[in-house]
Design a protein. Structure first.
Length: 152
């Protein structure tokens, strides 16, 4: 099946702009990396729809989605099964992220001080620490917002 035909079928079941972004960027990246056409990849429309629903329903983060889609070519498992095997199901709840933010701030006073002195890269370091604590299940933009609120 051609990628364009697959897109038409997927877009009839999920938000077309959302599907277009993931299929144009990530799916094409994975196909190119593996030197496969869409037809050779073994990825079905059903699996793409399931994958996009996992993302849009916030069952996995964008970062987790990138890891899942990398495993999809020529894989008999569904995207949800792949995500479960990789331990990526579930986006951290607000309380869990807030606790991780406070822990990262407490454990990294130098990074906090550097950020307050205008070194923006320190904030990225702290986001990375929160991601480590939550095992990648925190939403990055929400994490940045919580870090700024709790530092300033």
């Amino acid at each position: 099946m051609d990628l364009a035909i697959a897109f038409e079928e997927v877009a009839s079941q999920v938000d077309s702009k959302f599907a277009a972004k993931w299929m144009r960027d990530e799916l094409k990246r994975i196909l190119s990396y593996n030197k496969l056409t869409y037809g050779e990849s073994g990825i079905t429309v059903e699996h793409l729809v399931e994958f996009l629903n996992l993302l849009s329903n916030n069952e996995i983060t964008t970062k987790a989605g990138q890891r899942v889609i990398e495993q999809m070519p020529n894989n008999d498992k569904s995207p949800k099964e792949i995500a479960e095997e990789l331990g990526l199901i579930g986006v951290a709840g607000d309380d869990e992220v807030l606790a991780a933010v406070k822990e990262a701030i407490e454990q990294n006073p130098k990074a906090v001080e550097d950020y307050l002195e205008g070194q923006a890269a320190s904030l990225n370091f702290l986001v990375g620490q929160v991601m480590r604590i939550t095992r990648g299940k925190a939403d990055p933009s929400e994490t940045v917002k919580l870090l700024k609120e709790n530092i300033e």
